[in-house]
Design a protein around this ligand. Structure first.
Ligand code: AMP
Length: 286
């Protein structure tokens, strides 16, 4: 058995910033992967992408309280830093920045980042404080880890637009890299929240990606009408049973602009509750 070096865990903003600065001063390219931990192959694919183009790879592990509403799962969100560090070590991640809540939000913290209209629909409507929490923590992380590249997953499509908008509008020096969604063998998008699913719900949950795949096939066969596509998708979800649909939305790729017919590349976004677990997924079609 070969032993794998564990990444160094850094707890303070001061230390991580110094390490990034030292690396960049010596000409190294730095990549950062912001996560909330409970890592799976989706997260690790972002580490692999960073490893390909960066000299110093830093994952951040921080369950950010400000992006959860009071009734959401902040308290029960899975946390296991030792396991995460071991997985990151296997992917040759160099450093893990795992600050405490007090380190990120000391007494007296008040600022919030509002990125505007891209954060308004869909997830923004259902989770009204969510994207301000995301934008604020990502800005803080990119100030503490001013990396050359930051890696995000397409799985959270609207989040990638929110982060991109903020990086552009605030002239951050970090370039955004968006990486493909990693899926289970049956198509379910990997998510830390899949751990909440009961065995029955896990079976049902595949209907989300199946409905997206059906929409894609229908468009490939010439269907352009969003009403018919949505109806076909809902039929897949109904047949699975136990799925409470939140939304199915069609937007022009790279934007949150809704479309009512598939004229150019379109992203279909879906959110649904499977049992008690809220899942999101999306797919580019057309
Ligand atoms: P999270 O820990 O859920 O906040 O996710 C951290 C990062 O991993 C985000 O950029 C996510 O979009 C990304 N991510 C989560 N699940 C996947 C997946 N299945 N495939 C690719 N990236 C993912």
């Amino acid at each position: 058995m070969t032993s794998v070096a564990l990444p160094t865990i850094v707890r303070t903003g001061e230390e991580i910033r110094k390490r990034v600065r030292d690396a960049q001063r010596s000409g190294q390219r730095v990549g950062v992967i912001p996560t909330m931990g409970a890592l799976h192959r989706g997260h690790l694919s972002l580490v692999d992408a960073a490893r390909e183009e960066c000299d110093l790879v830093i994952a951040t592990v921080f369950v950010n309280p400000t992006q959860f509403a009071p009734h959401e799962d902040f308290d029960r969100y899975p946390r296991d830093l030792d396991r995460d560090a071991a997985l990151l070590g296997e992917r040759q991640c160099d450093l893990v920045f795992a600050p405490s809540v007090d380190e990120m939000y000391p007494k007296g913290f008040e600022t919030s980042v509002d990125v505007g209209s891209v954060a308004d629909p869909l997830e923004g409507e259902r989770r009204p404080t969510h994207f301000a929490g995301v934008a604020t923590v990502v800005l803080k992380l990119l100030n503490l880890v001013p990396a050359d590249f930051a890696y995000f997953g397409r799985k959270d499509y609207q989040q990638t637009l929110v982060v991109g908008q903020m990086i552009r509008d605030l002239n951050l020096p970090t370039q955004l890299r968006v990486c493909a969604t990693v899926r289970e063998a049956d198509g379910l998008a990997m998510s830390s929240r899949n751990a909440y699913l009961s065995p029955d719900d896990r079976q049902r949950a595949v209907a989300l990606s199946q409905s997206l795949a059906l929409a894609s096939q229908m468009v490939d066969m010439g269907e352009r009408d969003v009403v018919r596509l949505r109806a076909a998708m809902m039929n897949v979800l109904d047949q699975a049973g136990g799925i409470d649909l939140d939304y199915i939305s069609f937007v022009r790729s790279g934007t949150m602009d809704p479309v009512d017919s598939i004229a150019s590349t379109t992203v279909v976004l879906i959110a649904a509750r499977v049992g008690k677990t809220r899942l999101i997924d999306n797919r580019e079609i057309g």
